[in-house]
Ligand binder design. Structure first.
Ligand code: ADP
Ligand code: MG
Length: 525
């Protein structure tokens, strides 16, 4: 690590008062330019949101500022002077802390023990744990972070674990804190609590970089918003001058529509009927714990919940990708509990999978080939076991147009398309046949904002054409915009149901945290 006065290297000291600054940072990965001459900075006491779609280059930029990735060109400045960060240790020593998306805590240890883990023993000799506990409590009090230093990390909620990571960074003297998509794993209430903590930190002088792709949050918490698009800074705005639409346009580089029109649903008979379903996860732990639900023709039922509460396993069981332990699944009158994936497809069940790369698409195949993956074995595509090239091409050309796949080339390899366009290929394939029921899992994850409205429109169109739609999503805004009813999943169970038209984010958030339709009474002891 080298720290030098700016003038030595011919770089003028920052005139912007940045504590941490990127100047002309460039990073390539093969042919991909992950960051292109990026200028970025954060001041003392300022919350800067770094907003951008998947792949825009946010994490790459932060990794360079945190010493995890070496830039190809450009410089990092701290307090206006250029530094060379060769590892996160260098960054920490200069007061830069980072909270990663996946926490780096040891579950059987206490909070204090976890914080002690990162501290260099050479500097402090043998650590006195009770002394450390007192310091953690003091730090928590100063920054308004409620945490018990003696609690075991494994007993803490995700939101509390995140606070431990924050305290850990503060304990090591962080003056700038970088948080990479910190709300992805939180309930709305936990996110609000985090924002309070961030405001408190900023008030005490800490500079905060808050990475997100969620417009609402960014508008809520940031003092300043920097938008990245395709590796470069696309613009910088103040929240009071921005709207969700203007931010979305900056993110994708063209005007986008954020709302989709939807008439009230006219539900009919139950189509997807799940009774007392029990499903294990990969570790043979019960992930779905007796779920019953039904989705009627002409309605969209949303499933809300913090990631990892059994939603994935529920979808996999319904679509035939995972075995069930007990319980049943019917599609109308038909018992599909033990049916194969193909039998379910043929019975009229369509699936938009969470993991497109693994279950949805064959990346080296063309768009046209991918569009018939679910019926290549049938007429008109296959006749006496011979693939019918022309039928396939005609179908693909029609679908590419109708579902707005870009580029509009059926011969393009699917692997070369953007996330949003990959998803449109799957949706085109799944919805271009007679569909009785559709299970959509995280249908807009990693999809550009411009394609989100199109996908929402496609789900609603499927509903209006009479399909029963089950929509599982981690995005509450998506569930509220698209669903008719919303079920909330917590620890493998459905813990509540609300009408989408009248539900509030708070109400759903409480259920997501396990507040099982409980009557909240004041504590008596
Ligand atoms: N270690 C890596 N190797 C190869 N490509 C990478 C690597 N890290 C990031 N990229 C690519 O750089 C681009 C920016 O990625 P990233 O910084 O992770 O974006 P974001 O955090 O905004 O989603 C993407 O195209 C991504 O695939
Ligand atoms: Mg990222």
């Amino acid at each position: 690590m080298t720290v030098g006065g700016g003038s030595v290297l011919g770089i003028p000291p920052s005139s912007e008062g940045y504590v941490l600054e990127a100047r002309g940072l460039t990073k390539r990965y093969g042919s991909v330019i992950a960051n292109k001459e990026v200028q970025f900075g954060v001041r003392r006491g300022e919350i800067v949101a770094l907003l951008g779609e998947n792949g825009a280059g946010k994490t790459t930029l932060m990794n360079m500022l945190f010493g995890m990735t070496a830039p190809d060109a450009g410089s990092v400045l701290i307090d206006g002077g250029p530094v060379r960060l060769q590892s996160p240790r260098d960054a920490l020593a200069l007061g830069i802390g980072m909270v990663h998306q996946h926490f780096m805590l040891v579950p059987p240890f206490t909070v204090a023990e976890n914080i002690a883990l990162g501290v260099e023993p050479s500097r402090r000799g043998i650590l006195d744990l009770s002394d450390l506990e007192a310091q953690i409590t003091a730090l928590g009090r100063r920054f308004g972070i409620d945490i018990d230093p003696r609690a075991l990390v494994k007993d803490l909620s995700v939101g509390q674990q995140q606070r431990v990571e924050i305290i850990k960074a503060l304990y090591r003297g962080a003056r700038v804190l970088i948080l990479d998509e910190p709300t992805a794993v939180l309930t709305p209430q936990e996110a609000d609590d985090l924002f309070k903590v961030l405001r408190g930190l900023a008030h005490e002088g800490t500079g905060i970089v808050f990475i997100s792709h969620k417009l609402r949050e960014v508008l809520d918490v940031a003092h300043r918003i920097v938008v990245m698009r395709r590796g470069a800074v696309a613009g910088e705005v103040l929240p009071r001058d921005a709207t969700p639409e203007s931010l979305a346009s900056l993110m994708v580089g063209r005007d986008v529509l954020l709302r989709v029109e939807k008439a009230p649903s006219v539900p009919g008979n139950p189509v997807i009927v799940v009774r007392e379903l029990v499903v294990n996860d990969d570790r043979r732990v019960r992930a779905v714990d007796g779920v019953s639900l039904s989705v009627r023709t002409g309605e969209i039922v949303g499933v809300a919940g913090v990631q990892g509460n059994g939603q994935t396993e529920l979808v996999e069981a319904i679509t035939g990708l995972r075995a069930t332990q007990s319980g049943s699944l019917h599609l109308g009158e038909r018992d599909l509990t033990r049916a194969t994936v193909r039998e379910r497809t043929d019975a009229g069940l369509a699936h938009i999978p969470e993991d497109r790369q693994r279950h949805g698409l064959v990346l080296p195949f063309t768009v046209a080939q991918n569009m018939i993956l679910n019926r290549y074995y049938r007429l008109p595509f296959s006749r006496w076991m011979v693939m019918q090239a022309k039928a396939m091409r005609d179908q693909a050309r029609d679908l590419v147009g109708r579902f707005d796949v870009r580029p509009a080339n059926p011969e393009a390899r699917v692997g070369s398309l953007s996330g949003g366009n990959k998803q449109k290929v799957i949706i085109a394939r799944e919805l271009s046949r007679d569909v009785r029921a559709l299970v959509a899992s995280q249908p807009t994850r990693g999809v550009d904002v411009g394609s989100v409205v199109f996908i929402h429109g496609a789900l609603i169109a499927a509903r209006d054409a009479g399909a029963a739609v089950l929509l599982v999503s981690a995005e509450l805004d998506e569930l509220l915009a698209v669903s008719d009813r919303i079920l909330v999943m917590f620890r493998g169970r459905i813990v509540g149901e609300v009408e989408a038209a009248t539900a509030t984010r708070e109400e759903i958030g409480l259920l997501m945290a396990g507040g099982v339709g409980r009557v909240i009474v004041p504590a008596t002891n």
